[in-house]
Design a protein around this ligand. Structure first.
Ligand SMILES: NC(=O)c1ccc[n+]([C@@H]2O[C@H](COP(=O)([O-])OP(=O)(O)OC[C@H]3O[C@@H](n4cnc5c(N)ncnc54)[C@H](O)[C@@H]3O)[C@@H](O)[C@H]2O)c1
Length: 356
């Protein structure tokens, strides 16, 4: 089997998950890590026994075919562009970009250079959401009519060592967690036609309570609460709330209501989780997984990209999918500001379902 060499740029909080999970995917290997902060790169290199290099060196390494961009959202597009200009395929953390213009620039450059672009989340490739996709495709709940999606929490300043970016433009609950939910829903139902929303901000400042940052005050630039509606091309209507302003609640992450039954979809910020299904005559039943990868497998999307490059097919976590998600997120804010529904101009393929 061909093993594709991968280089990571961005050695912060999430990089450990990628470095740990790579051993589940024999078609890829992490050859080096880099960061603008060399100390961060060296710390990860020591922990995982790989080499740390500068960003310029990783981009110049001829053996590396894919760059995995794990920098902060505000740097995603510029690092993607650097990687593409160096002749590398690139898979980045979510969100795909902060602005639509940046996202378009990345897609255009990739097309010109005939290189692949991919983006997190890849959690929808996990056994939890893939099983739900199969249940919907196999008609267990009939035609999906409506549903709900809820991500509500008090924010990340109680645990994250560097949470400032979550409250700047490009952060907030929508840009942070929305990609998991919107991507999972597109995987289940296909592309989105139009949206509407109302957004708000519960607090003007946030106070850090994590040990390393305790007492630090963070300015809040972005909306921290959003309630919206997504109209899918297939006709399904989903109500969605994303919030950093909720202390506690009882809602399930995602529920889909069809003509013949209802489905409880597990947390799209994970690979497994409980799947519940009820036909209208029966009780809720926990459904067994039909697909593998039900534990953390962050980097699955990179393995899928390596396979897609080899076989000349579209990568499931494609740049087009990520751009469609980005446009939906911007359209939510536009709708809240204008008081009108907003049509979505981009579209994408519903990612091909995995076979097992
Ligand atoms: N932390 C999590 O639990 C988590 C989970 C899933 C996804 N993510 C996403 O992963 C990304 C990174 O999050 P994080 O929590 O690891 O952030 P972090 O701040 O801990 O780490 C980011 C790293 O990127 C480096 N960096 C920033 N700009 C750079 C540039 N231009 N070139 C090279 N290096 C650069 C920083 O020095 C830092 O080491 C974000 O987009 C976030 O949304 C984070």
């Amino acid at each position: 089997m061909k093993v594709t060499k991968v280089g990571i740029i961005g050695c912060g909080n999430i990089s450990g998950a990628y470095l740990n999970c790579v051993k589940q995917f024999p078609n890829i290997e992490i050859a080096a890590v880099a960061d603008i902060n060399m100390e961060a790169a060296q710390a990860k290199a020591e922990e995982f026994e790989i080499k740390a290099v500068t960003v310029d060196e990783i981009l110049a390494d001829k053996e590396i075919e894919i760059i995995v961009n794990l920098t902060i959202p505000q740097a995603h597009a510029s690092v993607n562009i650097q990687a593409l200009n160096a002749g590398k395929h690139v898979h980045c953390e979510k969100p795909f970009a902060v602005t639509l213009e940046e996202g378009q620039e990345v897609l255009k450059l990739a097309k010109e250079k005939n290189l692949y672009v991919g983006c997190a989340p890849d959690t929808f490739l996990g056994g939890g959401i893939q099983t739900c996709r199969k249940l919907i495709d196999d008609n267990w709940i009939g035609k999906p009519i409506s549903g709900t999606a809820f991500m509500m929490c008090p924010g990340h300043e109680s645990w994250h060592p560097n949470p400032g970016f979550y409250y700047l433009n490009g952060g907030g609950p929508l840009f942070d967690m929305g990609p998991y939910y919107i991507t999972a829903l597109i995987n289940l139902l296909g592309p989105i036609k139009r949206v509407c929303a109302s957004t708000g901000k519960g607090f003007e400042k946030r106070v850090c309570t994590a040990e390393s940052t305790n007492g630090t005050i963070l300015p809040v630039e972005t909306a921290t609460h959003l309630t919206g509606i997504l109209d899918f091309e297939c006709g399904t209507v989903i109500t969605m709330t994303m919030s950093f302003d909720v202390q506690k609640h009882f809602h399930k992450n995602i529920e889909i209501y069809g003509t013949e039954g209802s489905l409880v979809v597990p947390d799209p910020n994970g690979f497994g989780g409980e799947i519940l299904l009820s036909t209208y005559k029966g009780d809720w039943k926990e459904m067994p997984y039909s697909h593998k990868f039900t534990d953390n497998a962050r980097i699955f999307g990179v393995s899928d990209m390596a396979d897609a490059i080899k076989n000349g097919r579209i990568n499931r976590c494609s740049g087009e999918l990520a751009y469609h998600v980005l446009e939906v997120m911007h359209a939510f804010q536009k709708s809240s500001d204008s008081g009108c529904h907003v049509n979505i101009e981009s579209t994408c393929e519903q990612p091909e379902a995995l076979s097992s």
